[in-house]
Design a binder for this molecule. Structure first.
Ligand SMILES: [Zn+2]
Ligand SMILES: [Zn+2]
Length: 145
């Protein structure tokens, strides 16, 4: 049984490491199912928690379902409010915020999390196209008057 446990944990770890899009637990479950048809959702979820607690992967908290990340260094995330996509934001982690917060509060600060929200490039293009179509329709309507 311990051997099967290790095998399952490695399957879950590989599934997270093979994706760069910050998958949800459900997406990992579907990926792992392709490798091991007998694995249950509960087993996948439990292993994700164990891996996140041991620091082998990172747990990313965003407004929708929690995501998992193969990156272990401290970094910021972006959350698309339209399609729910999560991606890394390539700006440096501000360690000075942790020190400032510690000085101001006297609390022990371990880290801070930052999630930027807005439209990803795909959704932004979609929104711009919709605006263009709308303004074209408006122009047509105005000509008719
Ligand atoms: Zn989007
Ligand atoms: Zn990330």
């Amino acid at each position: 049984m311990p051997q099967r446990n290790t095998k399952q944990r490695n399957l879950v770890l590989d599934a997270v490491r093979s994706r760069k899009d910050h998958p949800s637990a459900d997406e990992i479950y579907l990926d792992v199912r392709k490798e091991d048809g007998r694995i249950s959702r509960g087993t996948v979820y439990r292993n994700l928690n164990i891996l996140a607690e041991s620091g082998e992967i990172t747990h990313v908290k965003v407004p929708s379902a929690d995501r998992y990340d193969l990156r272990r260094d401290l970094h910021y995330h972006f959350f698309c409010t339209s399609c729910g996509a999560v991606s890394d934001v390539p700006i440096p982690y501000h360690e000075e915020y942790d020190r400032q917060a510690e000085e101001e509060t006297g609390f022990v600060i371990q880290r801070h999390r930052m999630v930027f929200e807005g439209l990803c490039s795909k959704c932004r293009t979609g929104a711009e196209q919709r605006v263009q179509i709308k303004s074209r329709i408006r122009v047509k309507d105005e000509r008719r008057v």
